[in-house]
Design a protein around this ligand. Structure first.
Ligand SMILES: [Fe+2]
Length: 663
């Protein structure tokens, strides 16, 4: 035998190479070869073959051990290894590939690679590979630990430093340079907006090229548009159908009769499923922030909406606080125009808080981080679920660490400019976590429970259902590749540890939320995995990329209110309205952040497009092709539908959905 022919391939991207040298040994079924130093420069895109001979019989090579060593006098650069390919001899046509596709540092010591056979633990045929899985997890569990961001909120990764995660969890998210010149030029002005005209001039410079924002600006005062954006705006997760009025909403049949069909009543309309509610109870009695050294205010409104015979959803009653009483009137469309408009602005202000911190941060970013942390700690890299999920969740660690130390920290945008400041964020996130329901995270259940399937104008519901269904079929097909029956699911101890850890660390062991604590069937597993992928891709797209469109016209989404909620009717005039808005510098601070967050990345990866080796081999390739074909059809249908709409809903078109959470 002339020795093993081992080809070491460095990834092709320009910074993949290193001045260091690599040591390699082969771990076989019979013995381990002594480490051999590879005397080649590890240049980007290079492939070098070395011959490794061992005095002892190695047997079948099942693992490779690599160690990167710095060279004296040369910088200690990390190395991005593509893969290592092994042939038993120069003549052997069979090549065994050991994928790596990650950074290796000199500080990592020995790094073991195994062959590309993705499998479940109980399908391993060699003890040496079972042991390797266990070592992989032990190492990860030492390095990735659970921490607490806020008491009562989902646990998160226990570090506040992106660099401590190492190069495999750091990404350069390239976003286009967005011109915030005309927003930032206002940022020093600590006074109120003085007139509608001033706001219009500001908008002219910053929103004139945004067709959705222009529509918002033109229609923001209209009741039908108010209802429309509860369904299709940046926060479509709050509104729900009701069949009974909440006991704390002081609405009577008589009160709303003028806004209902002449031949119907409140009770009849409720029975027909035409009544909807926005309830911001989660904000009740929360302390509001001080912005520019001045107190801001929060409400906790209840807003009743009616789906009318013209196919419009219109607000018909708004109560600004939860507790009914004489100082908490119910505002009606028949009240004075300023009273009614201001009541709607309070709802929009509450929606801003809930959208940013619960619909966006909690429901996509934090849930993604919980699943990423549990995946790293409980699923070895060779587990098929690790391979499937990582492209969708990997970025959450870096992004959320950055968000916690910037946007959500002292002097960040919430501290300086939003009604929910640093004192309130932990309280709201804890309440939001308590109120999470697994059923509301799963689109078909959520849409049905909130009665959104009864509303032909709810494009969010229609598109979310189609994308969910496609993802669900993809995940089901993928599960069938590895789990032949429910018993396989029950017996996968790594999978069971994973979901258990998500339940205890992510959802704090709160069984009322309804997240599974274990999987008994492949169907349960399929639903949960679909939920994770959907939340980190489609849902994030729906709540993130819509932000600027609906918020840049400031009166439509004030991030803070400068005066307290009205306790009686007739106390505000048209001119007063603007004194409630956040001041100029703080509104511009919010908009400059939202402008950056709303841009798709330059290196945008669309939903279900994968660069990872695992997706371009064997049966997974077929599944990926199928889902991509299906998503393309959905995108085409949505484009056709949108071309007929006065105001399109583009956010859940698969063309616009990023594969993972972005900042
Ligand atoms: Fe985001």
């Amino acid at each position: 035998m002339d020795g093993f022919h081992v080809t070491i391939r460095t990834s092709a991207s320009p910074l993949s190479g290193t001045y260091g040298r690599v040591w390699i040994s082969l771990i076989g079924t019979l013995s381990e070869s002594p480490p051999e130093r590879v005397e080649h420069c590890l240049l980007p895109g290079s492939a070098y073959t070395v011959v490794i001979k061992s005095k002892e019989e190695v047997g079948i090579v099942v693992l490779l051990k690599l160690r990167l060593e710095a060279q004296p006098g040369f910088p200690d650069l990390d190395w991005h290894c593509g893969d290592v390919q092994v042939r038993r001899s120069s003549e052997d046509p069979e090549v065994e590939v050991f994928p790596c596709h990650k950074w290796i540092r000199t500080a990592d010591g020995n790094v073991e690679l195994r062959n590309a056979k993705v499998c479940l633990k109980n399908k391993e045929t060699l003890a040496i590979l079972t042991n390797h899985r266990e070592r992989d997890l032990q190492q990860k569990q030492q390095f990735i630990k659970w921490g607490t961001f806020v008491e009562g909120g989902p646990h998160c990764v226990d570090t506040s430093s992106v660099t401590s995660l190492g190069p495999n969890f750091s990404y350069m998210h390239q976003r286009p340079v967005y011109n915030v010149h005309y927003i930032k030029s206002f940022i020093e002005r600590r006074t109120s907006w003085s007139s509608l005209q001033e706001l219009e001039t500001f908008f002219l410079f910053n929103g004139r090229e945004n067709t959705i924002a222009k529509y918002v600006q033109a229609h923001w005062q209209e009741d039908a548009f108010f209802g429309y954006q509860c369904l299709n705006g940046c926060n479509p997760l709050c509104i729900r159908q009701i069949h009974n009025l909440p006991s704390n909403l002081s609405v009577t049949s008589e009160m709303v009769r003028p806004f209902l069909p002449w031949d119907s009543s409140l009770e009849q309309e409720m029975e027909r499923g035409h009544l909807y509610l926005l309830d911001y109870e989660v904000l009740d009695q929360l302390p509001a922030n001080t912005v520019n050294d001045k107190q801001t205010y929060l409400a906790a409104p209840l807003c009743l909406l009616h789906y009318n015979r013209q196919g419009e959803l219109k607000p018909i009653a708004i109560q600004l606080q939860q507790a009914p009483g004489p100082q908490n009137p119910v505002f009606l469309p028949s009240d004075s125009a300023p009273d009614w408009l201001l009541a709607k602005m309070w709802v929009r202000n509450s929606d801003f808080q809930v959208h940013q911190l619960l619909s966006h941060f909690l429901r996509t970013h934090l849930i993604g981080e919980v699943c990423c942390t549990a995946t790293l700690r409980q699923l070895p890299e060779i587990h098929p679920l690790h391979q499937l999920l990582m492209p969708h969740i990997r970025s959450t660690l870096q992004i959320n660490i950055q968000a916690r130390v910037t946007l959500l920290a002292t002097k960040g945008v919430f501290d300086k400019s939003v009604a929910c400041g640093l004192e309130t964020i932990p309280l709201l996130l804890a309440r939001g976590t308590q109120r999470l329901r697994y059923s509301s995270m799963c689109v078909p259940d959520d849409i049905r429970m909130r009665g959104l399937d009864a509303l032909p104008i709810c494009y969010y519901a229609q598109d979310a259902l189609r994308v969910w269904d496609a993802l669900h079929r993809f995940v089901a097909g993928w599960i069938r590749l590895y789990y032949f029956d429910d018993k396989d699911v029950q017996q996968d101890c790594e999978l069971q540890n994973w979901i258990r850890e998500i339940f205890t660390e992510g959802f704090l062991g709160l069984s009322h939320i309804g997240v599974p604590q274990s999987f008994q069937t492949a169907a349960e597993m399929c639903k949960f995995v679909t939920m994770v992928i959907f939340s980190c891709s489609a849902l994030h797209a729906a709540v993130n990329f819509s932000q600027l469109d609906y918020n840049i016209w400031i009166p439509n989404s004030p991030a803070a209110m400068s005066r307290p909620p009205s306790q009686n009717k007739g106390s505000v005039s048209e001119e007063d309205i603007f004194s409630f808005l956040p001041e100029v510098n703080s509104s511009c601070h919010v908009l400059s952040v939202l402008s950056l967050l709303s841009q798709p990345a330059v290196d945008f990866v669309p939903l279900c497009h994968y660069n990872e080796w695992y997706f371009s081999s064997g049966a997974t390739t077929k599944l990926v092709e199928e889902i991509q074909r299906e998503l393309k059809m959905i995108a085409k249908d949505i484009a056709n539908r949108n071309s007929q709409l006065e105001l399109p809903y583009p956010y859940l078109s698969p063309d616009h959905i990023e594969n993972s959470v972005t900042i």
